[in-house]
Design a protein around this ligand. Sequence first.
Ligand SMILES: N[C@@H](CCC(=O)N[C@@H](CS)C(=O)NCC(=O)O)C(=O)O
Length: 129
Amino acid sequence: MLTLHDYPGSANCFKVRMLLSQLGRPYERVHVDIFAGDSQTDAYLALNPAGRTPLLVTEAGDPIPESGAILLYLAEGTPFLPDDPVDRAHVHAWMFFEQNLLEPNVGTARFWRLTGRDAERPEAFARHY
Ligand SMILES: N[C@@H](CCC(=O)N[C@@H](CS)C(=O)NCC(=O)O)C(=O)O
């Protein structure tokens, strides 16, 4: 079975959970408490040297870090990743846009709000361009 190493407040993890749900793929969810250091243990860093969530481990035991790489892996062979090169480029364009503009702004603010740390991070809620 697929295993998703996941932090609930993470927008990057949320994207992966959404696609798994859309695809109806069963998976085991492992809660990584990043504020308790779970993502910095030797065992976790052996799977993802960047020490970040999400991390997907395939049925064959291969670890895949980075939400975009995970989404592309899961979407392969499904209507979420079309074969036509232009259609596929549009999927990639949206994914780059999301990581460059949405994630650092909306995703980050969501993260600090959901983790109850928003008062410590006013810069995350300042106007961004
Ligand atoms: N580009 C990465 C970003 C991953 C990332 O920044 N994850 C955050 C949660 S949203 C994390 O695990 N932070 C823990 C830390 O920085 O120690 C992705 O899309 O997966």
